[in-house]
Design a protein around this ligand. Structure first.
Ligand code: UTP
Length: 291
């Protein structure tokens, strides 16, 4: 079985739900306490053994490329001022040379189209997709839990989590055929079903391990919901010839693509912070008292 070495991070969306904050800043660069959202997702990928990340970018996204480069002037100034702790943090987060690629999606035609844009850089091997506006808080990381299942089952693997039954119509929902603890063999999936027709309350989290045949389907995939080329539609097609397993991973997710989810993530990761967590708690409690 081929190892999962590469991951696609699609970052070409317009982020209209977090405007005006995202007018000139990519939503993936919004700080979640003291680090941009994208850093959490790159760390999750690295923890799972990913060696190469392909970013699918668009216009106004160059800040992401710069973030993963060295900042010589800044580093030099920090060195001169003796600010060694933060300097070490910055240096440790610069990826190994050649371990990231960037490809443009010239128009935001949908998530399926964004993934297809990475086809030449991925080649014919299984790969991961991580939606970077979803930050998952999990130990081990969500993708690492999925790789574990992939190493047993092969095929395609997606992460799912339970949502309240009255909210299923906001999510992509899976149709599980058999359960084995937290792992389910899937027979289908449906985008935003009504509460009555939903096959389960397991929603798709934004983490996927896919076989390269997905690119063949995406190359002729018709537009779906919202007039966009949808990854879900191509996965549904691939399910006719390949196995799909869903993992109910241990942990929780934060959708930073909307304002409430972003705020939740910001507060949660501030409270979790090793050095600043207690300060953050005091600040939050004070703000609530002051209202
Ligand atoms: P979303 O629909 O959540 O992102 O896509 P969006 O389009 O940026 O958000 P809104 O709805 O306008 O607020 C999920 C992921 O897919 C990427 C996005 O960047 C995000 O990470 N995406 C989406 C693309 O890269 N290209 C697309 O054409 C669409």
């Amino acid at each position: 079985m081929l190892k999962i070495r590469k991951a696609v991070l699609p970052v070409a969306g317009l982020g209209t739900r977090v405007l005006p904050a995202t007018k000139t800043i990519p939503k993936e660069m919004l700080p979640v306490f003291d680090r941009p959202a994208i850093q959490y997702v790159v760390d999750e990928a690295r923890e799972a053994g990913i060696e190469h990340i392909v970013f699918v970018t668009g216009r106004n996204k160059s800040a992401i490329e710069d973030y993963f480069d060295r900042a010589y002037e800044l580093e030099d100034t920090l060195r001169l001022k003796g600010k060694t702790d933060i300097l070490e943090t910055l240096e440790s987060e610069v990826p190994e040379a050649g371990s990231m690629s960037f490809v443009r999606q010239q128009a935001p035609l949908g998530l399926g189209h964004a993934v297809w844009c990475a086809r030449e850089l991925i080649g014919r091997e299984p790969f991961a997709v991580l939606l970077p506006d979803v930050i998952v808080r999990a130990k081990p990381g969500c993708l690492a839990q999925m790789v574990d299942v992939y190493n047993r089952e092969g095929g395609n693997v997606i992460a799912v989590e339970q949502v309240p039954e009255d909210q299923v119509s906001s999510y992509g929902i899976i149709d599980p055929e058999t359960h084995d603890g937290r792992v389910m063999k899937m027979r289908g999936m449906v985008e935003k079903p009504s509460r009555e027709s939903a096959p389960s309350n397991m929603s798709i989290t934004g983490r996927y391990i896919l076989q390269p045949e997905i690119f063949d389907l995406l190359s002729s995939q018709a537009k779906g919901a919202g007039g966009e080329i949808q990854l879900t539609d191509a996965m549904d097609g691939l399910m006719k010839s390949q196995s799909f397993h869903a993992v109910e991973y241990e942990g929780g997710s934060f959708d930073c693509g909307n304002k409430a989810g972003y705020l939740r993530a910001f507060v949660r990761f501030a409270l979790d912070h090793a050095e600043e967590g207690q300060n953050a708690r005091d600040v939050v409690e004070q703000v609530l008292k002051d209202r």
